[in-house]
Ligand binder design. Structure first.
Ligand SMILES: [Zn+2]
Length: 232
């Protein structure tokens, strides 16, 4: 299957002052992932294993900062990829493992199929550049939210969905439980839409770069700068 675009959000916020950034990234864990491909359109994932399997079913994984960030978060998220089935002939339980147990092996599988727009731009520019700066400079579009907002939305969605409804139902407040559930679903939807919007920004940026052989971004002095690319 063809190209797939993806982005994830995390449960925790990255501590950029942590001495070991790779270890800090591995500790963040997936909250939600969004993908877009021509064959499956938009898909959302809360399970890291299901997301990794879906990505690996495609020929090329395209994202922004995925080698350094998303692939690492995904590979080190705790969900274990196990598929159970029951063989009616032997009466035995069969466990299919489609993904490797070792996070480093899973990351390598993902990396090998990845085309990371940031890694490519960093090689050309000699420095990193933000997705927001590229989206504005190239497409005239702004990001819908920020990483810290996504972390807070996820905390609220999880609390409202997994904890408060039970507490309210326990004390006989069914209506309260239902309302809290609805609000949790609203935050979850907002989180997923933000995640998808970033995956689609990457798609538009990539397609622009392929068609025009260049992309642009606003630098720290708010100057618009053009960078030539050879994407295809
Ligand atoms: Zn697909």
């Amino acid at each position: 299957m063809a190209d797939i675009f993806y982005d994830i959000e995390t449960k925790e916020l990255l501590d950029t002052n942590a001495p070991d950034q790779d270890a800090a990234i591995r500790a963040l864990h997936l909250s939600v992932g969004a993908t877009w491909c021509e064959c499956h359109a938009a898909q959302f994932f809360r399970s890291a294993a299901a997301l990794a399997e879906h990505l690996l079913a495609h020929d090329r994984i395209i994202g922004f900062n995925i080698i350094h960030f998303d692939n690492a978060v995904l590979a080190w998220s705790p969900a274990k990829p196990v598929h159970d089935s029951f063989d009616p002939v032997t009466g035995k339980h069969i466990v299919h493992k489609r993904l490797p147990d070792a996070p480093a092996e899973l990351k390598k599988l993902l990396d090998d199929k990845s085309f990371d727009l940031l890694a490519d731009l960093e090689t050309r520019l000699g420095h990193r550049v933000g997705l927001g700066a590229l989206a504005e400079g190239t497409l005239g579009k702004q990001k819908m939210a920020t990483g810290p907002q996504a972390v807070v939305w996820n905390h609220i969605a999880v609390t409202l969905r997994d904890r408060l409804p039970f507490a309210l139902a326990d004390v006989g407040d069914q209506e309260g439980a239902a309302r809290v559930n609805e609000l949790g679903a609203w935050f979850q939807e907002r989180l997923e839409q933000y995640c998808l919007q970033d995956a689609l920004l990457v798609k538009k940026l990539f397609e622009y770069g392929v068609a025009n052989k260049r992309v642009a971004f606003f630098d720290f002095e708010s100057e618009r700068r053009v960078v030539k690319v050879q994407w295809r």
